[in-house]
Write a protein that binds this ligand. Structure first.
Ligand code: PMP
Length: 447
């Protein structure tokens, strides 16, 4: 373990990390194995993986079936190209399967290796769509403040969390952010979106790109009528509607895809994470029949956009098995039911403690907000580090969760594997209660 920590410091630049903190403190934990909702580290400590790692291990860790399918495919045909007119069965079958489970009218898939590549691809595709229709001026992409869409070139710029923009200078041009419906209502959020469209000029706008639930922004669940209004507005101005289903896809919200909760159908949908439950990297973009037809008719010559791993056969084989498990084990139903149990338990925690504000779930995507005053929703001073302290208290009790502290919020996010059961939720929420209580006491608040 000591040796691993030294090697980690010397050679491993971690994603989304403080390099100085790594050099000072070393790796906090080195994970060794996973089973179901649990992770075990090299010291034998067991943790509840309450975030499904990075919102992605939907069916839980350690499923032998996925390992077997991957081994079989690796032995038969580990990799071959899908460029130009080369193809192979796993990618064809996965594209067909994704078309079958996607919203009506979305039937053609472009594959990538992850979420950021999927959003960059969707952005290039919609610009191409307008270009081949003689409207090259439609380039601007609108998204929401607090939206998260990845860290590639365009996906960094479409992300609405300013912390992500500074690393290498500033963001790309032609990306604009409207108000999120968080903390407000549909009317206000739609008015902001309309204003942005009018200000930028509808004739310059290619698409609106949005998560059904803003995940990294703090699990922000829009009001029930929000996306129907978004759909209407996009139709009114002829703007394409792209749903980023990278967190919300594959059962996470109690539906196969998150947008189904709002009864709205996008023109394009990006996915990744839960498509393979993280066992192997894969992502993609699904497009509507209309877009596919325009591409078929008007996209002349080679479309110079393709990743080496677009349609990776082994990743595709794993995805097919993963989706089969989600369907055969009724995991979408489990996600919906257990999401209700989780919400009930969060409400009990709120009733019994003094610093819990809004609690919410949609399927197994949930959040608990910590506030100084739950009646007025007054927030804690940021220096108090309330959410990170609760995360630390949870960690000490064997639970891995994630804080969101943008704009002065203190939000604890939850996205456990969708195989979680009643008893495991009870254990998780007991540990949450104890953790919040301990921080509440440190803050001098007594229940
Ligand atoms: N979109 C959303 C909504 C995400 O949550 C993420 C990853 N957290 C991404 C895009 C980017 O995906 P990736 O990290 O696989 O590039």
């Amino acid at each position: 373990m000591e040796n691993l920590i030294e090697l980690d410091k010397r050679h491993f630049i971690h994603p989304t990390s403080s390099i100085q903190q790594q050099q000072k403190d070393g790796a906090k934990v080195i994970m060794e194995k996973g089973e179901g909702i649990y992770l075990t580290d090299t010291n034998g400590n067991v943790y509840i993986d309450a975030m499904s790692s990075l919102w992605n291990v939907n069916i839980g860790h350690g499923r032998e079936e996925l390992a077997e399918v991957a081994a079989q495919q690796l032995k038969k045909l580990a990799f071959s190209s899908a460029f130009s007119t080369f193809s192979h069965e796993p990618a064809i079958k996965l594209a067909e399967k994704i078309a079958t489970i996607s919203p009506t009218g979305l039937n053609a898939v472009f594959f990538t290796s992850g979420g950021s590549e999927s959003n960059d691809s969707a952005i290039k595709l919609v610009r191409h769509y307008w270009k081949i229709q003689g409207k090259p001026g439609r380039r601007k992409i609108i998204a929401l403040k607090r939206g998260y869409h990845g860290v590639a070139a365009a996906s960094t710029s479409v992300t609405g969390i300013p912390e992500f923009w500074g690393m290498a200078g500033h963001m790309m041009i032609d990306f604009i952010h409207a108000e999120s419906p968080y903390g407000g209502n549909t009317e206000k959020a739609i008015a902001s979106l309309r204003q942005v469209i009018e200000d930028e000029g509808p004739e310059n706008i290619a698409a609106f790109l949005v998560e059904p639930v803003q995940g990294a922004g703090g699990v922000l669940i829009p009001p029930a009528d929000y996306f129907k209004e978004v759909r209407k507005l996009c139709d009114e101005y002829e703007i394409l509607f792209i749903a980023d289903e990278i967190i919300t896809g594959f059962g996470r919200t109690g539906k196969m895809f998150g947008m189904e909760n709002w009864g709205a159908t996008p023109d394009l949908m990006t996915f990744a994470k839960g498509v393979t439950s993280g066992y192997i990297p894969l992502g993609g973009v699904v497009v509507s029949d209309h877009i596919h037809n325009v591409l078929k008719e008007k996209s002349k010559g080679t479309l110079f956009h393709g990743f080496t791993y677009s349609g990776h056969p082994t990743a595709a084989a794993v995805a097919l098995k993963n989706i089969e498990i989600i369907e055969h084990e009724n995991l979408i139903e489990n996600s919906r039911k257990m999401g209700e149990v989780l919400l009930k338990s969060f409400k009990m925690v709120k009733e019994n403690l003094d610093i819990v504000g809004d609690v919410r779930t949609i399927g197994l995507l949930g959040a608990v907000e910590l506030v100084q005053n739950p009646v007025t929703n007054k927030r804690f001073a940021q220096e108090l580090n309330v959410a990170p302290r609760v995360i630390e208290a949870l960690y000490e009790r064997g639970v891995i969760c994630r804080p969101v502290t943008f704009n002065g919020t203190d939000i604890i996010c939850f996205a456990p594997p969708i195989v979680i059961d009643n008893e495991q939720i009870n254990t998780l929420v007991e540990k949450l209660y104890d953790s919040v209580l301990s921080v509440q006491k440190q803050l001098g608040v007594t229940s």
